[in-house]
Design a protein around this ligand. Structure first.
Ligand code: CP
Length: 310
């Protein structure tokens, strides 16, 4: 390893731009090992714990796939049922216990700040796999990597983040990272689901970036190099509020007529109804390729935090 990383990845700002560019290079190597069907050995004898207090398909499976592809093993849970959390065990005590059994932990939890708490009680590296409506830094890494692979740059790109920006944790960490790399940001969300003020404030005060803000994707779709859609975060809204927003924005082939011919359409997934299924056949629809990139990027991150990447 040529540059020093912090023990944990909790917040995207735990990584500098240099760290992220380094991870792009390692992910390229990991991608090649997957595509060449090479047997991974870097993490032989190492164990990853995936502690998922909230549902997940991509993040948990791609972390587990990544560790298996590195030659390591995985233990963990996909819900707290069947664990001592259901008997009232605290997060701190669970982490202090699990950290004795494994070499690295990936945790998803409904409470904002939970991954930071976990990192403070863990003697092994902790990776935030999503903490409530706060951040999802490994999603940000694979989002940045997906854009870099196609566009070969981040600086100067026009990136439109659309949908539930209030609770869409992927957009919080992504907007900070994109600002750091010099991208231009545009936010489109229904009234009530706007990007939190603290993010807008941080973008302005720390990165001198004033994002374009609209309630309708039409306002910026024609100038966007990347169109990043997100679903309404039902699990963080009351049912009445969810029903109010459900279906209130949908990306369709008709809307995409005004998009750039080389725009990238991304989505962290799962998709509900905010991207019409007809869009899947558009060559600009890259959200499944994006999800695939989660494996080499998480391989890169695990190997790097464990200090076994050469
Ligand atoms: N993108 C993402 O976090 O998806 P999952 O909820 O399926 O892990």
């Amino acid at each position: 390893m040529t540059i020093q990383f912090q023990k944990d990845l909790v917040n995207i700002n735990d990584l500098s731009n240099e760290h992220i560019e380094y991870l792009f290079k390692v992910a390229d190597k990991m991608k090649a090992t997957i595509e060449n069907k090479e047997k991974g050995v870097l993490c032989e004898g190492k164990i990853l714990a995936t502690l998922f207090y909230e549902p997940s398909t991509r993040t948990r499976f791609s972390f587990e796939s990544a560790m298996h592809r590195l030659g390591g093993s995985v233990i963990g849970f996909s819900s707290t049922e069947g664990t001592s959390v259901s008997k009232g065990e605290t997060l701190a005590d669970t982490i202090r216990t699990i950290a004795n059994y494994v070499d690295i932990i990936a945790i998803r939890h409904p409470n904002e700040g939970s991954a930071r708490v976990a990192s403070l009680y863990s003697k092994v590296p902790v990776i935030n796999a999503g903490d409530g409506g706060h951040q999802h830094p490994t999603q940000t890494l694979l989002d940045l990597y997906s854009i870099q692979l196609r566009k070969h740059q981040l600086k100067g790109l026009n990136v439109l983040l659309s949908g539930d920006l209030r609770f869409g944790r992927t957009t919080h960490s992504l907007s900070i990272a994109l600002a750091r790399f010099g991208a231009n940001l545009f936010f489109a969300s229904p009234p009530g689901l706007e990007m939190p003020d603290y993010i807008i404030h941080t973008l302005k005060e720390e990165y001198n970036l004033t994002p374009g803000i609209a309630n309708d994707i039409r306002e910026y779709i024609h100038v966007s190099d990347v169109i990043y859609m997100t679903r309404v975060q039902r699990e963080r809204l009351g049912e009445m509020e969810y029903l109010q927003y459900r279906g209130s924005y949908v990306l369709t082939n008709e809307l995409l007529k005004s998009a750039k011919p080389d725009a990238m359409i991304l989505h962290p997934l799962p998709r509900v109804d905010e991207i019409s299924k007809e869009v899947d056949d558009d060559p600009r629809a890259l959200y499944f390729e994006q999800a695939y990139n989660g494996v080499p990027m998480r391989m890169a991150l695990i190997a790097t935090l464990l200090g076994v990447e050469k």
